[in-house]
Design a binder for this molecule. Structure first.
Ligand code: UD1
Length: 418
């Protein structure tokens, strides 16, 4: 087990190259099993969730190897269509393999998913859509058993623009018979990234990144080479680190178009932002200001994954900010940990009222999930005194070398084994 020791109070100053996006690389690796021929994926971040995806690939009988940021996948010897329950519990996003496995094998058996404890994470929309495509879905003993020798294109309207359901439908549809049209599709940039990769493999997908996606089924996909987009949530986390420590940071490779909602809030809170073709720069030399009210929304609204880092920022801002979490119902658990550091946060159901304090103080805190864990690191960097953060394995699910990136920018942070 690891913990992070942070001696707060040093301003962040420097440059960080933004890692590839976790939420893009996972579906792309799932899609890679659909190619006749190997795929090379560049800019793959070093993350626990990516390692686990490698375990899923091996379990399916696919060959994969990693060389720095490149992952090579060859599914020619794929001989299994089952992902066991234990793996699914560890990483809910493995559900994204469902559409891909079905498309390759005509059947799939996957354990019911687990993941970060941030509320109920049902998969009813995935199942309803697959049934519309002719897939026979049965739920037995903690497993989903799916069968469909020939998937059929369909018109699918999503009741909610679920990211995972949109991706699973795309994966199931690319080699289906006929045309699939998804309406009220999720518009996240990671969906457009998956679509670009699938199109590079020979798929015919149009409209990804908008709320109507059309997929014309093709008989076969070939191998492809692709570079994963930059992680927009990691980028916002580091921008906030600079703001909370009264510093500045240049994020190379970050894509400002993908985080307009977050950037406009940061500007409102006092961040001085510059965007150019290399990335995004931020500087903040006075106490951040509060925001009136922030509501998480599907993209292009304010991202639920950015909510906890922004709450950490609001915790030291001048004034009171209100956050409303509309996507996941249990996403404020970390607030109690921030309170140990002196934050004044009142959580009421899906809302949090954050009264900014002048100073946070170092404390022992525990991360229970990925983004809430990142909020604790940010608070510790800004706090007076030493903090110790346990539960680092959650943070490692989504942040590549967080302590290396921050310490190279002057934050006093170390990882120790306990
Ligand atoms: C993805 C992201 C996650 C992000 C989330 C929302 C990945 C690997 N994860 O998760 O980081 O926080 O999008 O931006 O890309 N829902 C249903 N039924 C379903 C599916 C979803 O009710 O069948 C609900 C969920 O409970 C949740 C909401 O829809 O309340 C959003 O979920 P969804 O967009 O599917 O998120 P994920 O794909 O799980």
């Amino acid at each position: 087990m690891n913990k992070l020791i942070v001696d707060g109070g040093s301003p962040m100053r420097g440059e960080i190259k933004i890692q590839g996006a976790k939420n893009a690389v996972l579906p792309i690796l799932a899609a890679a099993i659909m190619g006749d021929g190997g795929c090379v994926i560049h800019n793959c971040p070093w993350l626990r969730d990516v390692e686990k995806t490698g375990v899923v690939l091996s379990q399916l009988g696919c060959e994969w190897k990693r060389d720095g940021g490149d992952i090579y996948v060859d599914a020619s010897d794929m001989n299994d269509c089952r992902i066991d329950e234990r793996l699914m519990r560890e990483m809910r996003s493995s559900i994204i393999f469902l559409g891909a496995i079905l498309s390759v094998c005509g059947k799939a058996e996957v354990g019911l998913p687990g993941g970060c404890p941030i509320g109920l994470r049902p998969i009813d929309l995935h199942i309803k859509a697959l049934r519309q495509m002719g897939v026979l879905v049965k739920e037995e003993h903690g497993y989903l058993n799916c069968e469909c020798p020939r998937i059929k294109g369909a018109d699918i309207h999503l009741d909610f623009p679920s990211v995972g359901a949109t991706e699973n439908i795309m994966l199931a549809a690319v080699k289906a018979d006929g045309r699939t049209v998804i309406t009220n599709a999720a518009r996240e940039p990671e969906i457009a990234d998956l679509s670009n990769f699938l199109n590079a493999m020979g798929a015919d997908i149009r409209g990804a990144g908008t709320s109507v996606i059309t997929i014309n089924g093709t008989d076969r996909l070939h191998g492809a080479e692709y570079t994963v987009m930059a992680d927009r949530i990691v980028a916002q986390t580091y921008l906030i680190a600079a703001m909370m420590t009264g510093g500045e940071v240049m994020l190379t490779g970050a894509e400002p178009q993908h985080m307009q909602a977050g950037l406009s809030v940061l500007a409102e809170m006092g961040g001085k932002i510059k965007k150019n073709s290399n990335g995004v720069y931020i500087k903040c030399d006075s106490r951040p200001r509060s925001v009136h009210i922030l509501r998480t929304m599907p993209y292009p609204g304010f991202a639920t994954d950015a909510q906890s880092p922004f709450v950490a920022l609001a915790a030291i801002a001048d004034g009171t900010s209100v956050f409303v979490e509309n996507i996941f119902e249990n996403r404020f658990r970390y607030a109690d940990e921030l309170a140990r550091m002196g934050a004044d946060i009142k959580v009421e159901g899906r809302s949090a009222v954050v009264r900014g304090v002048e100073r946070l103080y170092g404390a022992h805190t525990e991360a229970y999930e990925l983004r809430g864990g990142a909020a604790l690191v940010l608070a510790a960097a800004a706090a007076e005194g030493r903090s110790e953060i346990t539960g680092v394995e959650f943070i490692d699910r989504g942040y590549e070398d967080i302590e290396g990136n921050l310490s190279r920018c002057g934050i006093r942070i170390n990882r120790v084994r306990v």
